[in-house]
Design a protein around this ligand. Sequence first.
Ligand SMILES: [Zn+2]
Length: 404
Amino acid sequence: MRKTVIISLDAMYEKDMEAVKEDSFLGRWMKEAAVCTKVKTVFPALTYPAHTTLVTGCDPDQHGVGQNQPFQPDKQPDMRAWYWQASEVHRESLFDAVKKQGGRCASILWPVTGKHPSLKWGFPEVVALPGENQVLKMLEYGTPLWVLLMELKHGRKRVSSKEPHLSDYAVVLAEDLIRIRQPELLAVHLVDLDDMRHHHGLNSREAYEAMERNQRRVEKIWQAMQDTPGMEDALLVVLSDHGQADVSRTVHLGDVLKAAGLEGCVQVQSNGMSAYLFGADPEKAAQAESWLRENGASCGVSHVYSRGELDKLGCIPEPAFAVEAAPEVVFSDGLPQAKREKATHGFGPGHPAENCLLMIRGRGISPARMDSMPMRDVAPTLAGLMGVSLPDAQGVDHSAEIVE
Ligand SMILES: [Zn+2]
């Protein structure tokens, strides 16, 4: 089995390659890597569905993670749980495939890997809800002894648990694992850029600074791999989950439908630049759908996805239909942060920010430039390169195209 380190640079996408200069670290590093800059993200373009597709090779309708959060209309926004637990993923992932073949896996802030039975080292992406304790939650969802050991060894280096400090700490943990444990699979999720874009805008100074920081983080991890016997031949995979777009107008779809006399026909779950509409009564849901088809343009809706369209997109089966936001529009279902966001994602196919990155470097990998591929192709391709089996994957294995 070939050792592999995966780094996800959340919210980096094809257009950012213009800013990755020839003389920058990533610019130089990727010249020797197999690269695809058109990995088409999932629908909706959200972090948790995309990251689950990246490791299972399945679309959301198969792996079951169709949003960052389960639909919880009865709970206040700040009381809503996210998809934190591995048991919520319905298909085998690369972590399971590696463990089955005797490998040891580590996840640092990789979404939906809490309490993962295939992880030897897990530092989970979980957030304490009001009344909960963040440290206890990390211990409960992660690998408690290892998380504690890391806290004692490196905890003082963490300036805060917010960005950019959390991503810096993730890299400290990754370097420690590479240098001391040499895991067969290490997956690291860095949220810095996504966070800066949400708060400051797509092309803000803060976003470019985050991109610079991410390049230095990749360099540190690559350097740790080169320095460590047993890791120098490992693959380093740098990839992403979605881009973003600037937004300036918030539309409360629930209020719009209420004003149209359609209250109670459907319930809204915002995906940012799209929204799911759930309806227990098919007739009432169809009423809301046809009203939005006729009047949506006046309330920030650019497209209505029928259930048939959603099936073709690999969308989870629960929503009756879905809507896409017009440019600059973000949908709200009451989440307070929607009002503060300067940029976001959650859009559907064809959006300019749908093209994600995949760069793979290591001995024997050719510096090929790969054609566009759906995100579900990433996991089987990595499984092919690593020499592990991922039978559940729906995607295509492209590993033969990039092996020298
Ligand atoms: Zn993301």
